[in-house]
Write a protein that binds this ligand. Structure first.
Ligand code: NAI
Length: 377
């Protein structure tokens, strides 16, 4: 069993999910590698010490750069607001560390390219650096089943992908202005935060996109910050796009952070020439399937429930239908990271795929500004 030392930067919402996944990984998946929580970096020493203790890290530091030359750290995991990803990722790569970066990779595709340039300058055949993004929804066993159905041709030719990632965490005007509302700290709004997830899902299942026509709006234009000062919201609350995939398939993508009633509304419908599938993350242990060749009088969507025939599920539980939850997706993602480090296995989303997601977001924004269809390079 090889120990892989983890240095985590940021212990907010997703940082905690990382900590849970590192701690649980070995119990779920076992060897040949196990993540070991060595250091946690936060904004100051006091917060770092507190969070390191509660999240199970050996030490805390108020300066993330301390992780760079620490010999006991193999992976730097970046779970900080988006604007910090580029500087942290480049520094980690230049220090020879594997990187596990939360989505979205960066503020835009130009920043993403800078991270890739640093990676290409640093990685070598004898010492390859692993790079993985936190697109955890792709790790759902039911998404693996959907991918197998598509890749095997079971659904025929894919002709349409309709996807959304809508939530309502900012639907109330009383939700304060946070880093997520700032163009400098977050880049785009709903588009980078959740749209990136549904774009990643669309690319994973329907392949690369070739063109799109996007639109965005900011519905709640001003919010109070934590001091009570009214601030202008600088990015989108909701966004939608018509998409054409390289395969010729058509698509519709949408995202919103003000979609009242949607709590984890990442969902899609995929239409093929032999069958269709539907998925909703609020019912994440199910996949609905319609088969065109069903006998007359027996056609209709049926609901497949997760079981040990679905990749990764059996590692958690032998009993069919005993579902997984959101945090379990991160445990599966961490297992992908371990396998990539010890065996060179592919990861769900790497720097190059994450850069392509950034290109789609940039093109979506430009298309919305120009009110026109645009090709993706
Ligand atoms: P958050 O605001 O809850 O947490 C960010 C943490 O980073 C805070 O604890 C903050 O103190 C810390 N931090 C800020 N500057 C720092 C610095 N210079 N050094 C060390 N620590 C610093 O934000 P949240 O929601 O955890 O988001 C962080 C990242 O994770 C974002 O990129 C976001 O898009 C992504 N995310 C991914 C999700 C997923 O499903 N994969 C879900 C939620 C967020």
């Amino acid at each position: 069993m090889r120990d892989i030392g983890i240095g985590l930067i940021g212990s907010g919402y997703i940082g905690k999910t990382h900590a849970i996944a590192y701690a649980a990984h070995n119990a779920v998946f076992g060897g040949p590698a196990r993540p070991v929580c060595r250091a946690l970096a936060e904004i100051d020493q006091q917060k770092a010490d507190q969070e390191a203790t509660s999240l199970g890290f050996k030490r805390g530091t108020g300066n993330w750069r301390d992780l760079l030359d620490a010999d006991d750290i193999d992976v730097i995991a970046i779970a900080t607001p988006n604007a910090l990803h580029k500087e942290m990722a480049i520094a980690a790569i230049q220090a020879g560390k594997h990187v596990y970066i939360e989505k979205p990779l960066a503020l835009d595709a130009t920043e993403a390219e800078a991270i890739i340039n640093a990676y290409e300058a640093q990685t070598t055949n004898t010492n390859p650096l692993v790079h993985m993004l936190g697109y955890n929804y792709l790790c759902n066993p039911m998404i693996s089943v959907a991918k197998t159905m598509i890749d095997s041709g079971e659904l025929g030719e894919i002709v349409h992908f309709r996807g959304r990632h809508n939530e309502d965490y900012m639907a109330s005007p009383d939700v304060p202005f946070s880093w997520r509302c700032s163009r400098t700290a977050a880049g785009t709004g709903a588009l980078g935060d959740m749209g990136s997830h549904i774009i990643g899902m669309a690319m994973h299942l329907a392949g690369p996109a070739s063109s799109l026509s996007g639109d965005t709006t900011t519905v709640i234009q001003r919010r109070k910050d934590h001091t009570g000062t009214m601030r202008t919201v600088e990015n989108d609350d909701q966004a939608q796009a018509l998409v054409r995939f390289e395969s010729g398939a058509m698509g519709i993508l949408e995202t919103s952070r003000i979609a009242l009633g949607k709590k984890q509304g990442l969902a899609f419908e995929i239409v093929g020439t032999k069958g269709s599938i539907e998925f909703d993350q609020e019912r994440m242990n199910e996949l609905r399937l319609y088969e065109a060749n069903a006998p007359i009088g027996r056609a209709g969507f049926k609901t497949l429930l997760v079981d040990s025939s679905c990749p990764d599920f059996g590692a958690f539980c032998p009993a069919p239908g005993h579902g997984l939850g959101y945090n379990d997706l991160k445990i599966i993602e961490v297992n992908r990271l371990m396998k990539a480090i010890v065996a060179g296995a592919p990861v769900p989303v790497d720097l190059y795929q994450a850069r392509d997601i950034e290109r789609i977001i940039d093109t979506w924004i430009t298309s919305a500004e120009q009110r026109t269809w645009l090709n993706l390079d």
